[in-house]
Structure formats: structure tokens, C-alpha cells
Design a protein around this ligand. Structure first.
Ligand code: ZN
Length: 149
């Protein structure tokens, strides 16, 4: 097993066991639900926007370890960012997991999120890893539900 996949497994396990920002925001002004029927992942993203800054973001739901860990890390990455920065991260993450962006050669702001780069080799897993990001994106745009199908 390569070092990268060991790190990947550790991070996935950690976030799956202790998901960050796993709660409902009662006073959320944006809420979106995401479904990945292929795997059975479903989650709700709650967001509080203030002056175009993501003041708070959280999620609830159930799904596979990858979808849960990705959602946990998505909330950590997006919290405190401006709407524009959150959209830019979504774009970079999406391009990385679909193989359009090579995180090793292209400057990016993904940081620890690059551990998900390996899912590009598993098309079914790309949807698990990107579900929370699509849902966050939908919430920013005022859409209430998204499905990966
Ligand atoms: Zn999944």
C-alpha cells in the first residue's frame, strides 16, 4: 500500500468516526439535500451566510465512509470562506476528483483535500466524494435538492 493511500485511509476513518460539524444549524438560512442513489448516500447541508461569507456550515445524513468523510472535510474547508472562495474550492475539488486538475502540477488551494485525488480512478466513488460539495454548491445557489443521477 502506498503512503498516500495509507494517509487516505487514516483520514477517512478519523472523519467517519468523528465527523466535524455534524449537526443541524437551527437558524440556517440555506439548506440543501443531496442524494447519491448509486451508493445510497444522502445528506443535508446547513449554511449560514453573512455578508457573503459562510459564517457557519454543517451537515447531517447517512452514507458510506467516503461521503461522510468528504462532507466533514468540506465543512471544515468552506467555513469562514467567502462565497467566491467556496465556489472556487468546489470547482477545484470537482476538477481534481474527475481528473481534470492534476493537484501535483497545478497550483490550487485544496490543501488536505488532495487526499481525495485517488478517487478519480473509481468513477462510482467520485460521486460519493463530491456529493457534499454539490450539495453545498446547491445551497449557495438557493436550490433545495440535488441528485448525482
Ligand atoms: Zn457513497
Amino acid at each position: 500500500m502506498s503512503e498516500l493511500s495509507e494517509l487516505y485511509q487514516q483520514v477517512i476513518l478519523d472523519h467517519n468516526k468523528k465527523p466535524r460539524n455534524f449537526r443541524k444549524i437551527e437558524q440556517a438560512d440555506r439548506t440543501a439535500e443531496g442524494f447519491n442513489p448509486l451508493c445510497g448516500d444522502q445528506l443535508t447541508v446547513y449554511m449560514q451566510l453573512e455578508d457573503d461569507v459562510v459564517k457557519d456550515i454543517s451537515f447531517e445524513g447517512s452514507g458510506c465512509a467516503i461521503s461522510k468523510a468528504a462532507a466533514s472535510m468540506m465543512t471544515q474547508s468552506v467555513k469562514g470562506k467567502s462565497r467566491e472562495e467556496a465556489e472556487a474550492l468546489f470547482d477545484e475539488f470537482h476538477r481534481m476528483v474527475t481528473g481534470e486538475l492534476d493537484e501535483k502540477t497545478t497550483p490550487n488551494r485544496l490543501g488536505r483535500l488532495t487526499i481525495f485525488a485517488g478517487v478519480r480512478d473509481y468513477p462510482a466513488r467520485v460521486k460519493c466524494a463530491s456529493l457534499s460539495w454539490h450539495t453545498m454548491h446547491a445551497a449557495l445557489h438557493g436550490e433545495e435538492t440535488i441528485s448525482t443521477e
